[in-house]
Design a binder for this molecule. Structure first.
Ligand SMILES: Cc1ncc(COP(=O)(O)O)c(C=O)c1O
Length: 148
């Protein structure tokens, strides 16, 4: 009957995985990868990982290393671990720096550490005790960050 309507999806994905919905080039790349191997441990690496890592470095900080993870939560776990390691290796006069400053109303994923970093109490229900030393500041309030 009526006119055929074409629709464009403007939804790129949620936050940590903005690859669009059924994007042709993403599908093509994923299929190509499936023909090679689906999963390898972090003990090894594949050529597509190297290519992605090099491209990422080229387009961002120009030098450095890339940690590829499976999810936003895992990426945030990595960030927390890097910060804790740095705090341990660079102690202040009073010892290791291990506090992680987070923001109220934030969301960081569904692992225990990232849930501990979420600034929304509803995510903490039933899961206590949470990871220690996550402290919370108000978004858009630099003094609340400095106070922590
Ligand atoms: C800001 C933010 N951080 C972390 C995550 C967690 O990502 P994932 O579900 O891939 O673990 C999300 C997911 O929506 C997110 O929006």
């Amino acid at each position: 009957m009526g006119r055929k309507r074409k629709k464009i999806s403007c939804f790129a994905g949620i936050s940590v995985c903005n690859v669009g919905h059924c994007n042709e080039s993403v599908i093509k790349a994923a299929k190509k990868q499936m023909d090679s191997f689906v999963h390898i441990s972090n003990l090894y690496y594949g050529q597509s990982q190297v290519k992605l890592g090099e491209e990422f470095v080229k387009r961002t900080f120009k030098k450095g290393r890339v940690f590829l993870s499976n999810s936003g939560a895992e990426a945030n776990e990595c960030a927390i671990k890097l910060a804790r390691k740095w705090g341990f290796l660079n102690p202040s006069k009073i010892g290791s720096r291990y506090k992680v400053t987070c923001f109220n109303n934030s969301f960081h994923g569904r692992t225990l550490a990232t849930i501990s970093a979420i600034g929304q109490k509803k995510f903490h229900e039933y899961l206590k005790p949470l990871q220690e030393k996550f402290v919370f500041a108000e978004i858009s309030n630099i003094d609340s960050v400095k106070n922590l």
